[in-house]
Design a binder for this molecule. Structure first.
Ligand code: FEO
Ligand code: CA
Ligand code: CA
Ligand code: CA
Length: 640
């Protein structure tokens, strides 16, 4: 049967969907989902939620021992260092009084002097795009070389077809060059940034400037290297993959490398022939159909009818050395395969490396990796992300939790298969199905970790793609969760390798002007700071939590008064949250990095005008462009 007939939606209808709704459409609700039991559970939890809110404490939910400590308004002003900005729907960036911003770089900016400037009429070519800043920047880090030069590495997650090909009559690709332009806009960009006359910009022709497109050769490392399911027609040894794409959040290692995290890699593969039947593994990872990018038409490895294993080589964390522009990136299969959001690397007190990672899909899991070896500054780091153990989180309603080790003994799967089909390994152990785990960040001042659970309209209503139920409760306390929450946990005895932890919710987002129940949010949410769908998270050096949103920007009904996507700053001690920045229309705020002197914070603005209602940042009737903005204080003092 034709895939569209099976799904019941046309290509045009599928192309309009977001990544998560696309996955929803290709994974219809299974008939054996125990719907009634789940709903019953949800209803009985409602009484509990009312109790939590009546007690007015965000820390109450997880029975935490960490009470939030109220402080005076003046002390809070000193700690935050700014006055909150109001929600708005302007097509610009809003920052607090005493701060300023400018665009440091954006989609299509040339990395080399022989590449033309971005052409708003044509939006460039495949060739110009391969040597210019990629599209839809997301996670990023800034590195400093021995001479003080600043090297930015940024993910270019995906492209909005209506923007990339907005010069064509119906906003779709027409030629092979269109398809390849879109393909080359994916991947990563590395470039040197410099501040000249008060404005940051790309240093053209810097030896650090480099694009990593979906055709860049990468070493497959770790347990899955050379496995039969990693072998393809083009790479019969299963050791060299081409490209990294759909990288969402990121990570950086203490040894100065960049981690790109491959997320919605599934929507680029497509069968050219009718009659394609998914394997159980392909079903779990949503490999069925192209989302309208067309790569399979120009590159056979994306054609599921001709190459069944290429998809097994994507969905990993890829390590890049920004200091060596000739270096070959490494796909680190030991860190598992899922829809990776970011990778938060922590050096434990004993020197082992713990890496926290979310799998951003409704009802998927939260993971941790612990290295076998120990990190020492200047020591050999080759095996730290090769040899170690993966764990999935299991949360209990009483505010405690456990890390479940994914090993051949516990799962009955061999090590390579655990790394390739990590979701299936975690399902076997009954890990907690989560409300879409996005970024994880660790407090630099104490053993405390936060994860944004962005939203989950299926909570309590539908299983995940593996058939695991998604009961309401624990860190996922609201049925059909519209607004999202941030969970945090404390490893036992401050040890990031410990098997147990305590947890609570730092915030439940909501709209207290519309809802009086749990959808009004936790007590640290009010009319002046409300938001939905927390996504990017990063601690600064002072121990404040920067929160970025990727949510509903309709400013209507459930989301009335919340305006455009935004960035807020939270105080982990008091629970106070203040809005610091509001983005332009139809954009998400995602990715943050600081200049070496901490006087500039770089903030990512992704997909402005994804539905046609923005011309930011160039204004007039110009093409909207994802950008990285530099935010500074007017007085030039350090921030964050
Ligand atoms: Fe690319 Fe989970 O956001
Ligand atoms: Ca994104
Ligand atoms: Ca994200
Ligand atoms: Ca998101």
């Amino acid at each position: 049967m034709n895939i569209n007939t099976k799904i019941g939606l046309s290509d045009a209808e599928l192309d309009e969907l977001s990544f998560d709704n696309f996955d929803e459409a290709i994974n219809p609700k299974p008939e054996d989902c125990d719907f009634d039991a789940i709903v019953e559970q949800a209803l009985s939890r409602r009484g509990f939620m009312g109790g939590v809110l009546a007690m007015g404490g965000v820390a109450v939910l997880g029975a935490s021992t960490t009470a939030l400590t109220p402080i005076s308004a003046e002390a809070a002003d000193n700690r935050f260092g700014f006055k909150a900005v109001s929600a708005n729907t302007e097509d610009t960036i809003t920052v607090p009084e005493g701060y300023n911003w400018h665009v440091a770089t954006r989609w299509g900016d040339p990395l080399f002097s022989d590449v033309p400037e971005f052409d708003h009429a044509t939006r460039g070519t495949a060739a110009s795009q391969a040597r210019s800043f990629g599209d839809n920047n997301d996670g990023m880090s800034l590195f400093t070389d021995k001479d003080g030069r600043q090297i930015l590495v940024a993910n270019n997650e995906y492209t909005n077809r209506s923007v990339m090909w907005g010069n064509n009559p119906d906003g779709k690709y027409v030629t092979d060059d269109d398809i390849n332009k879109g393909k080359n806009a994916h991947g990563l960009t590395a470039c040197e940034l410099k501040e000249v006359d008060g404005k940051w910009g790309i240093v053209k022709d810097s030896p650090y400037n480099r694009r990593f497109t979906p055709d860049e050769p990468m070493d497959i490392t770790g347990p899955a290297r050379g496995h039969a399911m990693m072998k393809t027609n083009a790479d019969p040894d299963g050791v060299t993959a081409l490209g990294t794409f759909n990288n969402c959040g990121n990570g950086r290692t203490p040894w100065g490398t960049y981690l790109a995290c491959e997320e919605n890699f599934n929507g680029y593969f497509h069968p050219s022939a009718d009659g394609f039947e998914q394997t159980a593994e392909q079903k779990r990872y949503g490999i069925l159909k192209d989302r309208g990018y067309g790569w399979w038409k120009v590159d056979e490895r994306f054609d599921l009818s001709k190459e069944s294993n290429e998809a097994n080589r994507h969905g990993y964390i890829t390590e890049v050395d920004p200091y060596d522009p000739k270096s070959k990136p490494k796909k680190r299969t030991a860190l598992g395969r899922c829809k990776h959001e970011n990778a938060e690397v922590v050096v434990n007190s004993d020197g082992r490396i713990a890496i926290y990672m979310g799998d951003d899909e409704r009802g998927e899991f939260l993971y941790r990796y612990v290295s076998d070896g120990y990190y020492a500054e200047g020591g050999n780091t080759d095996e730290l992300m090769e040899k170690g153990t993966l764990y999935a989180a299991k949360f209990a309603a009483d505010g405690t939790g456990k890390w479940l080790a994914l090993t051949p003994e516990t799962t009955g799967m061999d090590q390579a298969t655990i790394c390739m089909f990590t979701r299936m390994a975690a399902s076997k152990l009954g890990a907690t199905t989560m409300d879409r785990p996005e970024w994880v960040t660790a407090n630099p001042l104490k053993a405390e970790v936060y994860c944004a659970l962005t939203n989950n309209k299926n909570r309590g209503l539908k299983t995940n793609a593996g058939g695991d139920e998604t009961p309401v409760g624990g860190p996922n306390p609201r049925e059909a969760n519209k607004y999202g929450q941030i969970v945090r946990w404390w490893p036992s005895a401050g040890d990031h390798t410990a098997d147990t932890f305590r947890w609570d919710l730092f915030v439940m987002a909501g709209n207290p002007t519309v809802h009086q129940d749990a959808n009004g949010g936790s007590s640290n949410v009010n009319e002046g700071n409300m938001f939905n769908s927390p996504d990017g998270l990063s601690f600064d050096n002072k121990g404040l939590l920067w929160i970025q949103t990727d949510g509903n920007y309709s400013n209507e009904e459930d989301f009335a008064g919340q305006g455009n996507n935004q960035m807020l700053i939270g105080d982990p001690t008091t629970g106070e949250i203040r809005r610091f920045l509001v983005g332009p229309r139809e954009a998400e705020i995602t990715g943050i990095a600081w200049a070496a002197d901490r006087r500039t914070a770089f903030v990512g603005v992704q997909h402005p005008g994804e539905r046609g209602e923005s011309n930011w940042p160039d204004g007039g009737d110009k093409t909207p462009r994802s950008s990285i903005v530099a935010v500074r204080r007017d007085d030039g003092a350090a921030m964050g």
